[in-house]
Design a protein around this ligand. Structure first.
Ligand SMILES: Nc1nc(=O)c2nc(CNc3ccc(C(=O)N[C@@H](CCC(=O)O)C(=O)O)cc3)cnc2[nH]1
Length: 227
């Protein structure tokens, strides 16, 4: 198993260099307090509108409904605090981070509930990482874009979860508790379920589908056997 991808923090804007206990983490980030990549300060920022984290404005097309915002807060907590995303860390040369997460297999429930809570919220962009007007110091809709309900911008839950953060997540049909998908939401009373998920993918490859491995390893062997 690739032990090196277990218990790590990505090299990004606010992450600690390695995971460790935090006496307390704020609100929805509390489940990660025993072993976290975020500081208490970052966890507080995760709950604020236009926080110092990214100066990101959730309310760029009018006020985001509270029930929807809760899912964005939970996404921020997972992104900033989780020490179990190592199998999906990828090098990048963004101005603001050296590493990102790519294709994290998100549990079906986490994505479906996020979409359901946000389907009537409004936005002007499909990819929230890029293309904003930052001239005022916070993101505003670029000229020529239009504000539309999420359900038109992201017709299916997979569109939301995959596209909004440039494929940080991969939509899956795997269920919470099955050990094959990462949970944004979990009850820490039963431990962090993502520990076992990271272990599984560290062994079996960060890609959820076996197809690329089969092509790389089995197909050349099959062709050689023909000679
Ligand atoms: N799951 C998840 N994955 C993420 O990658 C993630 N990233 C953020 C960070 N969000 C953002 C959003 C916009 C910009 C930004 O400055 N965008 C500029 C381009 C900057 C650049 O690439 O140089 C823009 O054009 O709008 C930075 C960070 C928050 N939650 C996340 N959640």
């Amino acid at each position: 198993a690739k032990e090196s991808v277990l218990n790590v923090c990505m090299d990004a804007k606010h992450h600690k260099t390695k995971p460790g206990p935090e006496g307390a983490l704020h609100g929805q980030c509390a489940p990660w307090k025993d072993h976290a990549c975020c500081t208490a300060e970052t966890s507080t920022g995760a709950h604020q509108d236009q926080s110092y984290l990214y100066n990101f404005n959730w309310n760029h097309c009018g006020v985001m409904p509270e029930k929807c915002k809760q899912h964005f807060i939970q996404d921020t907590c997972l992104y900033e605090c989780s020490p179990n995303l190592g199998p999906w860390i990828d090098q990048v040369d963004n101005s603001w981070r050296r590493e990102r997460i790519l294709n994290v297999p998100l549990c079906k429930e986490d994505c479906d509930l996020w979409w359901e809570a946000c389907k009537d919220a409004v936005t002007c962009r499909e990819n929230w990482h890029k293309g904003w007007n930052w001239t005022t110091g916070t993101n505003r809709c670029p000229r020529g874009s239009i504000c539309q309900p999420f359900k038109y911008v992201f017709p299916r839950p997979a569109d939301l979860c995959e596209k909004i953060w440039s494929n940080s997540y991969k939509y899956t049909t795997e269920h919470q508790g099955g050990g094959r998908c990462i949970q944004m939401w979990f009850d820490p009373a039963n431990g962090n379920p993502n520990v076992a998920v990271a272990k599984y993918y560290a062994q079996n490859g960060g890609d959820a589908s076996p197809a690329p491995r089969a092509v790389l390893l089995l197909l050349p062997a099959a062709l050689l056997s023909l000679l």
